[in-house]
Design a binder for this molecule. Sequence first.
Ligand SMILES: Cc1cc2nc3c(=O)[nH]c(=O)nc-3n(C[C@H](O)[C@H](O)[C@H](O)COP(=O)(O)O)c2cc1C
Length: 337
Amino acid sequence: MQDVTNRAFMEVIAHYGAPDYFFTEFFRVHSQSRIEKHILQSIVENRTGRPIFAQLIGENIPDLRRAARELQAYPIAGIDLNLGCPAPKVYKKNVGGGLLRDPAKIDDLLGALRDAISGLFTVKMRLGFADTSHYEHILGLVNKHSIDLLSVHGRTVREMYRSEVHYDFIALAVRAVRCPVLANGNITSADKAAAVLTETGAAGIMFGRHAIRNPWIFSQTREKLSGRIPTPVTLAEVREYIDRLYRATLVPGIPEKIHVARMKKYLNFVGPSVDADGAFLHEMRRAPTEARLFAVCDRHLLREPARIFSAEPHPGVIARPNCEAPSGPSSQNRVTA
Ligand SMILES: Cc1cc2nc3c(=O)[nH]c(=O)nc-3n(C[C@H](O)[C@H](O)[C@H](O)COP(=O)(O)O)c2cc1C
């Protein structure tokens, strides 16, 4: 995840029980692009003990082939192509989710990249741009170009992060493609992961935002899938996680204000499990300094330290109202902070 899945974040996640694989945030690829050093750092300084796929976003074939070749000199698990990013400034350049409008272009891209990648070549996609009319055709291209792993976020680009996730379309991909499929989208807990695996027949789960909210989600899912009850997490443990994340992501010399602002981006995702009223989110977003931020954390997480951190986000407590509120920023149900 862009601005999230950096080296420090992955190490913090690994502390609580790493996933089988990580994916980097996307490397932007265009005629002027160079391998972005801060993303590369997550690969060359990987201390998680788990392999990392390098994700690319772009549309120009020679540039993508160049980036793929360069990245293969580093210790990566494989190359992943982003066919899903829904940000307008991204899809308007016909990259990420924008490419889903043009299956002929995807055909060319997958063919050219398959040829340039000697190891694993994986794809992350949504169901389509405005609708799912090209979906099955694109799944056919995944087979045609012998893609090694397909991650499907079960929404169209237009659905952003707001709609229900269409797990039936992920099940369709599982039936259609020869490679393993990872199910992605709103998989909020170990229980939900188990249910989605049953519903879709997917080979695995890709967790995004809910790993920021609950970094124990990987170990809890392993417990669930091996027939055990997922170990609950207390508010005191969440307070410790926030402290660890704050220290791990601290860059020497960075002004406190900037680090506090970055930390709030992570805490936006943690908030939906802290309290049902969204009071933590409301207060956290207003804290101007490290001391005030941690005072808010202490107030909400250490008053009843043994209380269980909700495994599921509280309904209506929204991490990013502009992106995730069901009917846009004017939704009545969201927590306005
Ligand atoms: C802040 C943020 C950054 C993201 N960056 C990327 C990215 O760089 N590459 C990608 O494939 N998906 C990215 N995503 C999408 C997630 O990988 C995932 O598909 C989506 O959030 C749905 O899954 P979830 O409900 O588990 O979060 C990003 C999502 C968020 C919230």
